[in-house]
Design a binder for this molecule. Structure first.
Ligand code: FMN
Length: 387
């Protein structure tokens, strides 16, 4: 059993164990990957103030996200094809999240279906919704999420069309993988992954196949998105979907103060400052840089969450200190899952929790609910002078 002390340890194991097309799918951003890189490097620019002789006893990382109790304000982000990083991946990740006491968000583009996850967990989870043209399909999707007792939906607003990720095109990404000379040669070295995958029936898009009509190639993420996603999505449609769900809603992909105001006006329970982990608009600001302007615009009107670039508990602490009430990890938990299945996701959560707790203490604070910018050293002009 390897000694895991960082998310980077899990990432190395993930790369070794998982077919290249799925590892690359996770570890890439769109086009030049500038935003993907800056999501993490901008976190590194922020430093902490070291404080001493402060009582460190009785620390608390428990908090709430949209009124739900969490062991730490770190949810698992919706990640498509999670069940290709590891057999039954969504079920394993959801179980790890449940045991740890943090929310799990199931993607529309998951391999395990809503029903699969509900049958194999006990706590309610969150369901992420991509907006599709087919209204009947959307209604059925909401009915299925309700029947599975999902306690919130996350509507993703930044992907009606897909940003191009060069590696996915070059690797011929599909679920399950198509057999080509390159994929066979790669799979031959990933036999542990292959054996587990042969033992599960969950190898297709579980929420889609058998539920949506008019999809010519359901194994291809790119062609499916091009055919089925609603390119006409606007704020009226968002309002309509919120009404259709009639329960807690989180709006994901907000990077602009005006969009944040609009989301708050619609009555969202929370917004997620997110650039989809640098996978959509390459050249967008990192989410941590976009956060201050959004906090100024709506911080007192709606709960603000953040994702994109979080690889450590220190990153979580920085986002919380800058005003976010909750955070999400995408690749950090996927690295754990690809490395060691459910145990790996638990390991990722443990690493992040320990880093968050100890760093908070060394900053002289004891409670994640009372953090503020005073613990940070933010470089002058961090937000940038843009016109
Ligand atoms: C492999 C992968 C697949 C993703 N699939 C989805 C998805 O299906 N729906 C969605 O809303 N976001 C999706 N995202 C974006 C994540 O929800 C989240 O915004 C992002 O991963 C955060 O950045 P991080 O990976 O740096 O933590 C995906 C991200 C990755 C890495």
């Amino acid at each position: 059993m390897p000694v895991i002390t960082t998310i980077a340890d899990l990432k190395r194991l993930h790369k070794r164990r998982t077919p290249k097309m799925f590892y690359d799918y996770a570890e890439s951003g769109s086009w030049t990957e500038q935003t993907f890189r800056e999501n993490t490097s901008d976190f590194d620019q922020i430093r902490f103030k070291q404080r001493v002789a402060v009582d460190m006893t009785n620390r608390n990382t428990a908090s709430q996200m949209i009124g739900q109790n969490v062991a730490m304000p770190v949810a698992l982000a919706p990640v498509g094809l999670t069940g290709m990083q590891c057999a039954d991946g969504e079920i394993k990740a959801a179980r790890a999240a449940e045991k740890f006491g943090v929310p799990f968000t199931l993607s529309t583009m998951s391999i395990c279906s809503i029903e699969d996850v509900a049958e194999n967990t006990t706590n309610p989870f969150w369901f992420q919704v991509y907006t599709l043209k087919d209204d009947d399909f959307m209604k059925r999707l909401f009915d299925r999420a309700r029947a599975a007792k999902c306690s919130a939906i996350v509507i993703t607003l930044d992907l009606q069309i897909m940003g191009q990720r060069h590696k996915d095109l070059k690797n011929g990404l599909s679920a399950p993988p198509k057999f080509t000379a390159a994929s066979i040669a790669d799979l031959a070295t990933k036999w542990g992954w292959g054996i587990e995958m042969l033992q599960t029936r969950r190898r297709f898009f579980g929420n889609i196949v058998g539920h949506a009509q008019g999809v010519t190639d359901p194994s291809s993420l790119a062609s499916w998105i091009a055919e089925a996603f609603d390119h006409a999505l606007d704020w009226d449609r968002v309002a309509q979907l919120m009404k259709m769900w009639d329960g807690p809603v989180i709006l994901k992909g907000i990077m602009d103060a005006d969009d944040a105001r609009k989301a708050a006006e619609l009555g969202a329970d929370a917004i997620i400052v997110s650039n989809h982990g640098g996978r959509q608009l390459d050249g967008a600001l990192s989410s941590i840089r976009a956060l201050p302007a959004i906090m100024d615009a709506v911080g007192d009107k709606v709960e603000v969450h953040l994702d994109s670039g979080i690889r450590s508990g220190q990153d979580v602490l920085k986002a919380l200190a800058m005003g976010a009430k909750g955070t999400y990890i995408g690749r950090a938990f996927v690295n754990g899952l690809g490395a060691m299945g459910e145990k790996g996701v638990t390991s990722a959560l443990e690493v992040i929790h320990k880093e968050l707790d100890l760093t908070m203490a060394l900053c002289g604070r004891r409670d994640v609910n009372t953090l503020d910018k005073d613990i940070l050293l933010i470089p002058q002009g961090f937000e940038g002078q843009w016109q």
